[in-house]
Write a protein that binds this ligand. Structure first.
Ligand code: TXA
Ligand code: MG
Length: 348
């Protein structure tokens, strides 16, 4: 398949970007799929009102049919086309955090295709903040389903080259908007169908931020066994190498990783390390990638998927990573790391 590519300068104004995207909006209108940037990760967009187009998205990604998609709408008011029975707390959260990196699970209206929802009676909705994403939805004159634009199981794409590697030749278009503008992990997913909202997927809008608006919310901690969010049970973000998370005091972690790498080396295993800039002189062997300063969770989250992908271009068979504090954005980052590691965790 011929994949059309357009590069968009996000400093242009909304109207200008929208008119530059006309050809790509026409692809959506005729049932094709186009990858586009959002403030979290790139999404693979298709017309949410066209079941045949949605099926193609599942196929291009190699995504299981029971893993439902997020419907991206251009503004809050459009929610009434897709969902119903919104709670007061839910509306408060939408008003506070939309447009932005948060997705709400609401009761679906009868017209919402079960292909989108994987047969559930709820639907996931998001109003992205990114100017290119908003202009593209608006130019397409519809809502867009958009899972992350990676092959299923691989790290989500935070820049054009990631999408290109995974999906070139398998989708009709890619909109190159450079790097994702926000924190580089996918949106927080919050179920607002019950009295007390439940975080199904942690993200850059943290539990603490949500609670400061509406009080106590739950976290679905059963994420890898029988999660409420079907997507959380699948292996994700997986680098080609085996990944090991090492939690503990800094010095203990460094010692553990150095010893492990020495023994890997003796066994002809090539190892890599994801570490903080502060520890850059501490490791003696292995392929080392710095993810950011120890306390700079924003930068760490922005670099995470990029680094996982970079390791796939090396020969490493094992990757050691220092665990972060499980709080705030650190909790969301650890959620992705735990999945990438398949819960292979050493607690010192
Ligand atoms: O930041 C993001 O959310 C990106 C950008 C492109 O918007 N999209 C994204 O989509 O990450 P995807 O498909 O990779 O992840 C959607 C998650 C999955 O874990 C899925 O199972 C869950 O949302 N989900 C979708 N509909 C749901 C529903 N009705 N109930 C529970 N979980 C749902
Ligand atoms: Mg995904």
């Amino acid at each position: 398949m011929d994949t059309k590519i357009i590069k968009i300068n996000r400093n242009h104004d909304f109207k200008d970007i929208k008119s530059q995207l006309k050809l790509f909006a026409d692809i959506i209108k005729s049932g094709g799929s186009v990858a586009f940037p959002t403030e979290t990760v790139y999404g693979l967009g298709a017309d949410a009102n066209n079941p045949e187009a949605i099926k193609k998205v599942f196929k291009a990604k190699g995504r299981p049919q029971d893993n439902p998609l997020i419907v991206h709408i251009k503004d809050k008011e459009d929610i009434y086309n897709w969902g119903k029975d919104f709670s007061d707390k839910g509306i408060k959260l939408m008003n506070k955090f939309w447009p932005g990196p948060i997705t709400f699970i609401v009761k679906k209206k009868a017209n919402v295709s079960s292909i989108i929802t994987g047969g559930l009676d709820t639907v996931a909705i998001r109003v992205p903040a990114d100017i290119i994403a908003r202009a593209f939805i608006s130019a397409s004159c519809t809502a867009l389903v958009a899972p992350s634009a990676n092959k299923s199981g691989r790290p989500s794409p935070t820049e054009f080259s990631h999408v290109n590697t995974d999906l070139f030749g398998e989708i009709e278009g890619i909109i190159d908007g450079g790097e994702s503008t926000y924190l580089g992990i996918e949106s927080t997913v919050v179920d607002i169908t019950e009295d007390i909202p439940i975080i199904l997927r942690p993200g850059s809008i943290t539990k603490e931020m949500i609670e400061s608006e509406i009080g106590f919310v739950k976290i679905d901690r059963n994420l890898s066994k029988k999660p409420k969010s079907p997507g959380m049970k699948y292996k994700h973000y997986a680098p080609n190498a085996d990944m090991v998370i090492v939690n503990g005091q800094d010095l203990d972690v460094i010692e553990y990783i150095n010893k492990s790498i020495e023994s890997d080396f003796k066994n002809n295993i090539i190892s890599g390390i994801i570490t903080f800039e502060e520890n850059k002189d501490e490791f003696k062997q292995g392929i080392i990638k710095y993810i950011g300063k120890f306390n700079d969770y924003e930068l760490i989250s922005r670099n995470l998927f990029k680094i996982l992908r970079e390791f796939n271009e090396t020969d490493v068979q094992k990757i050691y990573v220092q665990g972060l504090e499980n709080k705030g954005l650190g909790y969301s980052i650890m959620n992705r790391l735990n999945k990438a590691a398949g819960d292979n965790i050493i607690n010192l």
